[in-house]
Design a protein around this ligand. Structure first.
Ligand code: MN
Length: 140
């Protein structure tokens, strides 16, 4: 269906809660861009409560995170977690295992942008991030 010109009013979209299958803790998702062919780009503002984070996962065409509020974490497989702050941009290459979320004691929100794969592939989800993985000392 072609994209209609106009304004999508805030009240027309509802906040969703992240599934416990793919997140630890309480996470809220506000859709911003829903992929409309020929575009494969989707985007949401994701708000993580303190300690909340995604499971390990990878995106077929990568992902960009734009940090909006609070203090967060990004972790690439094989590296220590890094602290991220408002204004930071995180580039996540295709098929790269990682997780993201809030700091243990802070709310955190980012805009997350990613494209589906050419054949419609979505995010590939792995294990939940354990407390010992999550609480490793941060770099950066
Ligand atoms: Mn991601």
């Amino acid at each position: 269906m072609p994209v209609k010109a106009g304004v999508v009013r805030a009240g027309e979209r509802t906040t969703k809660q992240g599934s416990p299958d793919t997140f630890t803790g309480t996470v809220f998702q506000d859709p911003v861009i829903t992929a409309n062919s020929p575009s494969r780009l989707g985007g949401s503002v994701v708000t993580f409560t303190p300690g909340a984070r995604t499971a390990w996962h990878a995106h077929p065409v990568g992902q960009t995170l734009y940090c909006l509020t609070g203090v967060g974490r990004i972790c690439f497989q094989g590296q220590p977690p890094q602290a991220i702050n408002p204004g930071d941009i995180v580039n996540i290459p295709p098929n790269t295992m990682h997780w993201h979320g809030a700091a243990p004691d802070r709310l955190f929100a980012h805009l997350a942008l990613s494209e589906a794969g050419e054949k419609g592939e979505g995010t590939a989800w792995g294990e939940h991030v354990s407390d010992s993985e999550y609480t490793k000392p941060v770099s950066g």
